[in-house]
Write a new protein. Structure first.
Length: 124
């Protein structure tokens, strides 16, 4: 009986990271645009969510990222090994799962981007 209880406890502990994956990063949600210097940017990368970050910044992370966005996470862009929070994005589901080019204004103090355009990057 003790072995069974130990096995159940180990399985419960092993599954905890997955259960809390969509609750991880609240700092990205607090960032605001316009708190610091702003510059024009054109960045290429993958959209992800503020909870899972770089882990979902790829083609296979689309469904998890969309789930986290529905649960309140912010949309982020992973570009050049840096995560940028997207201030607002209409129809984010259209842009997950493939590489995108984001044009906009970047608040360099908070890494928040105010998007002026977003488009899919064509693969050759």
């Amino acid at each position: 009986m003790k072995k069974l209880a130990a096995a159940v406890a180990i399985l419960a502990l092993a599954s905890m990271p997955a259960a809390f994956a969509c609750d991880k990063d609240k700092t990205a949600q607090a960032a605001e645009f316009g708190k610091g210097p702003v510059k024009d940017v054109v960045l290429t990368g993958y959209l992800t969510d503020s909870n899972c970050g770089a882990k979902n910044a790829n083609a296979s992370g689309k469904s998890c990222a969309l789930h986290c966005i529905k649960d309140g996470a912010h949309v982020q862009l992973m570009s050049d090994k840096t995560l940028y929070t997207i201030e607002k994005l209409d129809n984010p589901a259209d842009h997950f799962g493939h590489e995108v080019k984001v044009t906009g204004k970047l608040d360099t103090s908070t890494n928040v981007i105010r998007v002026t355009s977003i488009e899919s990057v064509a693969r050759s």
